[in-house]
Design a protein. Structure first.
Length: 185
């Protein structure tokens, strides 16, 4: 019995890993449950044993992504300037399947169901709090403004850099955002 529960948990994690990558690459609507299950190495028929709907899968996947990043941040979490440098780079632009969920799925997430929006709002609040705690200004209100403005600029720049079909313009957008935020390199 314990082995089957362990296998079920492992399968659920594989499904969410597959979904996380595919959703960021193709969007929520651009991915079918069958594709997610195939990416996890499982059959489509097994999906209901793990999730009651695609919406539940989306919420669970986003929640797990945010929890995993909180446990082991993929970008520097103690230096806002270092975070910006790591975020606004061409390698991140070229890897939406493993990059920032907000830059990859922002407009779709704005139309997500209420339960998913709750997960997103909590993650946004946590990220703003993290950035506020590492922003340089002594005044708490200014640190929060810096945190929100910096993050909004980073996400917007990444979205624009991924939209354009000119690598030169895309690189220029990322470099300009770094310059605007007064971050070198």
């Amino acid at each position: 019995m314990a082995r089957s529960q362990k296998q079920k948990a492992e399968s659920r994690q594989a499904i969410m890993r597959s979904a996380a990558k595919l959703f960021r690459e193709k969007g929520f609507e651009g991915v079918t449950v069958a594709e997610v299950m195939d990416g996890a190495g499982l059959t489509h028929g097994g999906f209901p044993r793990h999730f009651s709907s695609k919406e539940e899968l989306i919420s669970a996947t986003l929640g797990e992504l945010f929890a995993a990043d909180a446990r082991a941040p993929s970008l520097p979490s103690d230096d806002l300037r270092a975070f910006v440098r790591a975020y606004l780079r061409p390698e991140h632009r070229r890897a939406p399947g493993s990059g920032c969920v907000f830059a990859a799925l922002g407009p779709e997430m704005a139309r997500a169901p209420g339960t998913t929006r709750e997960v997103l709002t909590e993650a946004i609040e946590r990220q703003i709090d993290t950035f506020t705690s590492i922003a340089g200004d002594a005044d708490a209100e200014k640190r929060r403004v810096t945190a929100i403005g910096t993050w909004a600029t980073m996400i917007g720049a990444m979205v624009l850099a991924r939209i354009v079909n000119s690598e030169a313009l895309s690189d220029e957008i990322l470099a300009s955002a770094r310059d605007f935020l007064e971050i070198d390199g």
